[in-house]
Design a protein around this ligand. Structure first.
Ligand code: PRP
Ligand code: URA
Length: 208
C-alpha cells in the first residue's frame, strides 16, 4: 500500500523476534522497544529537510547542513513512551508532546484523557509514536488532534501493525505515512494483534 513502509532491516527483525517472545522480561522488553525505535528513527527521518550552514573546522571554513524542520515526538500514552528515548537519541532537539489515549476494552474506541498542546503549533513535523496499530482508532484520533493543532507534516511510527489498523488509518488520513517494523496477520476477536506481542503497555510497565 502506498505510504506504508515496513522496515526490511535485519537488526530490527532480529530484535522484534525477542520482543514478541512471551518469556522476555519487562526490563529487556523496554530496552528492545527503545532500540527498535532508534533503528526506525534512522529510516523515518531520511526525508527531513536541511539547510546550509558554514562551519569552521580547526583547518578551514566548510559548507555543512543543519536540520531545518522542528521535530515533535508525539508518544501515545502509555505504550508510546518507551519509543521516545530511541528517537531522542538521534534528535535531541525534538520536543515531546504527550497525548493520552486509551482504548475502551469493550467498544475498542479511543478515549482521550491527556492533551496539553498549546494553542499554536511549536513544531513543523510530528512523529506519532505507538508500538501497536491495532484497529487504528488511537492513531487516527491522534492525527485528528495534531491536524486541529495545525501541524501539516505528520507520520505514524509503530512496531507492529494489523492490516485492519493500517487500512483504517490510511482511509481516515491517506496522506500520513505509516512506518512499521512488521505487518502482522490480523486482529483477534478482542482486538489484539495476531501473532503480535500481547499488551505493549503492560509488558513495558509490568502491569499485566
Ligand atoms: C494500546 C496501544 C495503542 C492502542 C492500539 O494502548 O499502545 O495505543 O492500544 O489500539 P487501536 O489501534 O485499536 O486503537 P492501550 O489502549 O492498551 O493503552 P496503554 O498504552 O495505556 O496500555
Ligand atoms: N494494544 C496492544 O498493546 N496490543 C495489541 O495487540 C493491540 C492493542
Amino acid at each position: 500500500m502506498e505510504k506504508v513502509f515496513v522496515s526490511q532491516h535485519p537488526l530490527i527483525a532480529h530484535k522484534l523476534g525477542i520482543l514478541r517472545d512471551k518469556n522476555t522480561e519487562h526490563q529487556k522488553f523496554r530496552e528492545l522497544v527503545k532500540e527498535i525505535a532508534g533503528l526506525l528513527a534512522y529510516e523515518v527521518t531520511a526525508d527531513l529537510l536541511t539547510e546550509p550552514v558554514q562551519v569552521e573546522t580547526p583547518l578551514a571554513v566548510t559548507s555543512c547542513v543543519v536540520l531545518k524542520e522542528k521535530v515533535g515526538l508525539v508518544p501515545i500514552l502509555r505504550a508510546g513512551l518507551g519509543m521516545v528515548e530511541g528517537f531522542w537519541g538521534f534528535i535531541p532537539s525534538a520536543e515531546v508532546w504527550h497525548i493520552g489515549i486509551y482504548r475502551d476494552e469493550h467498544t475498542l474506541k479511543p478515549v482521550e484523557y491527556y492533551n496539553k498542546l498549546p494553542t499554536e503549533p511549536t513544531v513543523s513535523v510530528c512523529l506519532i509514536l505507538d508500538p501497536m496499530l491495532a484497529t487504528g482508532g488511537s492513531a487516527s484520533a491522534t492525527v485528528d488532534v495534531l491536524k486541529r493543532w495545525g501541524v501539516k507534516k505528520i507520520k505514524f511510527v509503530g512496531l507492529i501493525g494489523a492490516p485492519e489498523g493500517i487500512a483504517q488509518l490510511h482511509k481516515k488520513h491517506p496522506e500520513v505515512p505509516i512506518h512499521l517494523a512488521s505487518v502482522d496477520v490480523r486482529l483477534n476477536d478482542i482486538g489484539y494483534i495476531l501473532p503480535g506481542l500481547g499488551d505493549a503497555g503492560d509488558r513495558q510497565f509490568g502491569t499485566a
